[in-house]
Design a protein around this ligand. Structure first.
Ligand code: NAD
Length: 370
C-alpha cells in the first residue's frame, strides 16, 4: 500500500568525510522509501567550513530555514584543519553545529551502544563481558555546567563554573527516556552525584516524581563514579541510561569504546520539534577524499532517523540488520580491521557502501514486495 505522507529530510553534509558518508546515508533512506512506498524528499543545506567558504557564515539563514521546514535532519560532520590550527579564528565551523542545536532546542542526545557479534573479538574488553550489550544513553544537552554562569577572577588566579538544572529541564528528558524504556527492556538507570551536589538532588527527586507515571519501568539510581566503573565491569546490566550534560559527555565517550570504532557510532539529538541525526565522529580530515571512511555510523544514524523521527521501527531494524549481515560476511573498513583481517576483506567507503545496499535491497524486496 502506498504511504501518501511526504517527509522532508534536510541533509547537511558538512566537511571532510561528511559528504562521503552522508551519500550512503541518503542511499539507504532512498532504498527504504522504495521498499516501503514512503515518500522522502531530500533538501541540502550548507554548514561548517563548506558554508563559511560560500557565505562567510558557519550556519547560513537558508540552512536554518531548510531545517525548520524539515521533518528530520541528517548531518555528516563539521570541522577543518585550517581552524583547528588557529584557535583565534572568530568564525569557526563548529559554531554552525552549536547554533543549529540551539536554534532547534535539541535538549536530548541519544547514543545507542550496541555491539555487533562479529566484532566482539576486536574490542579491548573481554568478549564474555561485552556480549549482549545494548544500552541507549539519554544525555541532557542544553543545560548543566556547560551552560551555567562562569567567571574568572580579575587576577586570573581563580575561576568557577556553575551546574544548574531546573525541574522542567529534568522532566522533559526523563519522560523521553522512560518512554524509550517502555519499548525496550523496561529498565532506566539515572546517573547523578546526589551525595554531593544540590543540582543532582533536584535531578534525582524530579526523576523519582516522573517515574511514578511509568509503573511498568524499573528505575535505579547510580552515582556517576560508580557508573563509570560499572560500565566497564558489567555493561549488560544497563538498558536506558539518563544523565546530565557533563556526566553524559564523559560516560558516552567511555561507552563508545565498548562498540569499538568511532566509524560505527550513530547519534540523535531530539527536542520539541525536528530531530537531528549524525554520526558521533568528526570530519576526519586525515582520511577525507581517500575512500577510507566507514559510512556505517551515518547509515546507522539514518536508521535512528527512521525510528525516532518517523516512528518506522521495522524500516530502522532492516537497515541495522543489513549492516550486521555485511559485518558477519567478514567485510571490514580500515578502522575495523586488525592484523588478523584478510586484506581482501578490507573495503573502501564505496565498496562497503555497495555491499550494504545490496544486502538491504535483497531484504527489502524479499520481505515487502507482494
Ligand atoms: P574525528 O572523529 O574526525 O577523527 C578521529 C580519528 O578517527 C581519525 O583518525 C579519523 O580518521 C578516524 N575516523 C573518524 N571517523 C571515521 C570513519 N567514519 N571511518 C574511519 N575512520 C574514522 O576527530 P578529530 O580528528 O578529533 O577531529 C577532526 C575534525 O572534526 C575537527 O575539526 C573537529 O573539530 C571536528 N569534529 C566534528 C564533530 C562533529 O561534526 N560532530 C565531532 C568531533 C570532531
Amino acid at each position: 500500500m502506498s504511504d501518501p505522507q511526504i517527509r522532508r529530510i534536510a541533509v547537511l553534509s558538512g566537511d571532510g568525510i561528511g559528504p562521503e558518508v552522508t551519500f550512503w546515508g541518503i542511499k539507504a533512506l532512498k532504498m527504504v522509501a522504495k521498499g516501503f512506498n514512503h515518500q522522502f524528499i531530500f533538501e541540502k543545506g550548507l554548514i561548517g567550513h563548506a558554508a563559511i567558504e560560500e557565505t562567510g557564515k558557519p550556519l547560513p539563514e537558508e540552512t536554518i530555514s531548510i531545517c525548520k521546514g524539515a521533518h528530520a535532519i541528517l548531518l555528516g560532520a563539521v570541522g577543518h584543519p585550517k581552524y583547528d590550527n588557529d584557535p583565534s579564528a572568530k568564525v569557526r565551523p563548529e559554531q554552525g553545529l552549536l547554533k543549529i542545536r540551539k536554534e532547534l532546542g535539541l535538549y536530548a542526545n541519544l547514543r545507542p551502544i550496541k555491539i555487533f557479534e562479529s566484532l566482539l573479538g576486536a574490542s579491548s574488553l573481554k568478549e564474555e563481558i561485552l556480549k549482549g550489550t545494548d544500552i541507549l544513553f539519554y544525555r541532557e544537552l542544553t543545560g548543566g555546567i556547560y551552560f551555567g554562569k562562569r567567571e574568572k577572577s580579575l587576577d586570573g588566579k581563580t575561576a568557577y563554573d556553575t551546574m544548574s538544572y531546573s525541574e522542567m529541564e529534568v522532566e522533559r528528558i526523563t519522560r523521553m527516556a522512560f518512554e524509550a524504556a517502555q519499548k525496550r527492556n523496561g529498565i532506566v538507570h539515572s546517573v547523578d552525584k546526589a551525595n554531593v551536589l544540590d543540582s543532582s538532588r533536584l535531578w534525582r527527586a524530579t526523576v523519582n516524581k516522573i517515574a511514578n507515571e511509568y509503573p511498568d519501568v524499573q528505575l535505579n539510581h547510580m552515582f556517576v563514579d560508580n557508573m563509570a566503573m560499572q560500565l566497564i565491569r558489567d555493561p549488560k546490566q544497563f538498558d536506558v541510561v539518563i544523565t546530565g550534560n557533563m556526566f553524559g559527555d564523559i560516560l558516552t565517550d567511555e561507552a563508545s569504546q565498548i562498540s569499538g570504532s568511532l566509524g560505527l557510532l550513530p547519534s540523535a539529538s531530539l527536542g520539541k520539534h525536528v530531530g537531528l541525526f549524525e554520526p558521533v565522529h568528526g570530519s576526519a580530515p586525515d582520511i577525507a577524499g581517500k575512500n577510507k571512511a566507514n559510512p556505517m555510523a551515518t547509515i546507522l544514524s539514518a536508521a535512528m532517523l527512521l525510528r525516532h523521527a518517523f516512528d518506522m521501527e521495522e524500516e530502522a531494524a532492516i537497515v541495522e540488520t543489513a549492516i550486521s549481515d555485511v559485518l558477519n560476511k567478514g567485510y571490514r573498513t580500515t578502522d575495523l580491521a586488525n592484523e588478523n583481517t584478510d586484506q581482501e576483506m578490507i573495503l573502501g567507503t564505496d565498496q562497503i557502501g555497495n555491499q550494504i545496499m545490496e544486502v538491504l535491497e535483497s531484504k527489502l524486496f524479499q520481505s515487502v514486495v507482494i
